[in-house]
Design a protein around this ligand. Structure first.
Ligand code: FEO
Length: 405
């Protein structure tokens, strides 16, 4: 049975929700599902904007068919060809063989790489600044390289201010029957999923996201964007400034909040106990916006997400095989891969002999841009002892002063 929703008088959401997928991109856990969004515009010409993952292909095709209600499909506009959006293209071509594809030249290359059988005469390549009229609606194409693949573009409907924003402004989490961000308490229910999506999927490409925001502001004016229609998560029709502000923070690696994230790697609980002591000492100093994470039991996508939120990071790690405990090493590698920068950090190291995790973690942090590493740190031999407390107090003081400064 079809299950679409009306976005405007002549624009329909024809996407679908996925609850069975355990790992997005086969790496990021999904506990609340994800939506694959696609849209149909019913103008003098009919236009399908992007497709959907094959996992929801049947629902997607039923939705498109129902919205078209017997009309032919004139155009398939492809903003992004990653398979979570492009996998159903071949099915669309089978069902509507006369459809014309509108997309970027780089997307055409990738479509062929992925093995889609498309006649050259069926493709209309568009470039930055090109426009296309479908009747009442004229759209403009804006390239969005690396947001989050090189071929990506966004499409702005100059007639009604709808921006089809591809992966930008997307989010993890299925829609549960709703569609618009104002149908949820987004700031309470969704922001963590939106942040985890952005930071892990697009986080590496902050400069490109900033470039896209600047380009959109210059080309169409941010005030002229009335609606954001992303490829995942809810549609934004109100309070667009809220999500644009979040994106601006994330894309520029500016923390959202002053707070301390303590991530510990502990084999037998001793490094964990030291992390708990530090958190208590911070609380005694009035630093209450703190979060503790066990790096072994927390998926790294959650750590990355909170790292984009908080201003301060404490890494506490046992030494393992004369190196950094592997899950902590993985976290540090992910920070670098995602271009994380501009945080204030401190280090707690532990080991029963040849303690090296501190100096090695420092080396990793020094490879990141604009990181401040506090001189105060703590070295523990096996377990925290009373002689370590002055060092721990000094570290808590330094963090408190940095937060309040
Ligand atoms: Fe949701 Fe880059 O695909």
């Amino acid at each position: 049975m079809y299950n679409y929703r009306k976005v405007t008088d002549d624009l329909y959401w024809v996407g679908a929700n996925e609850h069975r997928l355990a790992l997005f991109e086969n790496i990021h856990p999904l506990y609340h599902g994800v939506s694959y969004n696609a849209y149909v515009l019913l103008d003098e010409k009919t236009v399908l904007v992007d497709t959907a993952d094959w996992a929801v292909g049947r629902q997607f095709i039923e939705n498109v068919t129902a919205v078209l209600d017997g009309r032919p499909l004139d155009y398939l506009l492809i903003n992004h060809v990653e398979p979570d959006h492009a996998a159903s293209i071949q099915e669309v071509l089978l069902r509507w063989p006369d459809v014309k594809i509108i997309t970027s030249p780089k997307a055409v290359i990738l479509l062929h790489q992925f093995g889609f059988q498309i006649d050259a005469g069926q493709i209309e390549e568009v470039r930055e600044g090109d426009t296309k009229c479908f009747g009442k609606h004229t759209v403009a194409f804006v390239s969005a390289p690396m947001v989050h693949w090189p071929e990506a573009m966004v499409t702005f409907d100059t007639t009604n201010g709808v921006l089809f924003s591809a992966d930008a402004f997307g989010s993890f989490r299925a829609l549960d029957g709703k569609l618009f961000a104002d149908e949820f308490n987004f700031d309470q229910e969704w922001i963590d999923d939106a942040r985890r999506y952005y930071t892990n999927i697009v986080g590496k490409y902050g400069p490109q996201v900033v470039a896209l925001l600047n380009k959109a502001a210059k080309a169409v004016g941010l005030d002229n964007i009335k609606m954001l229609c992303p490829l995942h998560g809810p549609v934004w029709r109100k309070d667009l400034g809220y999500i644009i502000d979040k994106y601006t923070h994330w894309a520029t690696y500016e923390p959202e909040e002053k707070g301390v994230m303590i991530v510990y790697a502990s084999m037998y609980g001793n490094t964990e106990a030291a992390a708990e002591v530090l958190a208590a000492k911070l609380a005694e100093r009035g630093v209450l916006n703190t979060r503790l994470y066990d790096v072994s039991s927390t998926h790294v996508s959650y750590l990355i997400s909170d790292l984009f939120k908080y201003s301060h990071l404490v890494l506490a790690s046992v030494t393992y095989n004369l190196g950094i405990f592997p899950p902590m090493h993985n976290f540090l590698a992910d920070m670098k891969a995602l271009n994380l920068q501009n945080r204030t950090c401190a280090i707690v190291e532990n080991g029963s002999w040849a303690i090296r995790s501190g100096s090695l973690m420092r080396e990793c942090l020094e490879c990141l841009k604009h990181m401040t590493i506090l001189d105060d740190g703590v070295t523990i031999a096996s377990s925290l002892q009373s002689q370590n407390l002055p060092e721990m107090d000094a570290l808590a003081d330094a963090l408190a002063n940095s937060i309040k400064g």
